[in-house]
Design a protein around this ligand. Sequence first.
Ligand code: C5P
Length: 201
Amino acid sequence: MSFCIAIDGPAAAGKGTISKAVAAHFDFAHLDTGLLYRAVGAKTFEGFSPIEAAMALTADDLERDDLRSGDAGQAASRVAAIPEVRAALVDFQQAFARREGGAVLDGRDIGTVICPDAEVKLYVTASDEVRAERRQKELAGKGETVSVEEVLADLRERDERDAARATAPLKPAEDATVIDTTEMTIDEAVAKVIALIEARR
Ligand code: C5P
């Protein structure tokens, strides 16, 4: 039986951490769809065109060490505005969403475009400042030293581009439950999401 949990929201809102914890709790597979766009963006650094890179994407491309960098995030959000790039990645994501045993997908357009009939749709958000602080700590933990102000500017630029694009813009699905994690610890956010999913199973 398939069961799709769609988790969308702006950058660094806690989607990734929540998705991993939820997938582990229900023993579902998890796909971080941002990684697909980051991998396409990173391939453009090597001279591939975005569309070529998206059509030729392999599992190995998702293993690159540099995908979490700020540069890969910016490149991801640029290539993600190209309709042909998005189209090239749809089948893989939809097959993942409908696999046996259940799936959690996190991204920007899962509840709106990839899995509009998802059993559970969440839109996870938090204030810009809190998101920037969290991302800055995460990057610092990986040895990338950037100020909170720089991270904030980077997140806002990406969010604005993601929300303004014509194809699959960042926005909550009409039937999504919005979860604001600004005042929550990660454990509280995870507990809330798990309770909400339990209620729908
Ligand atoms: O989630 P993450 O920050 O890794 O995503 C990187 C970029 O990939 C986003 O800024 C967005 O432009 C793009 N993306 C998207 N649709 C998704 C997931 C990510 O457009 N489903």
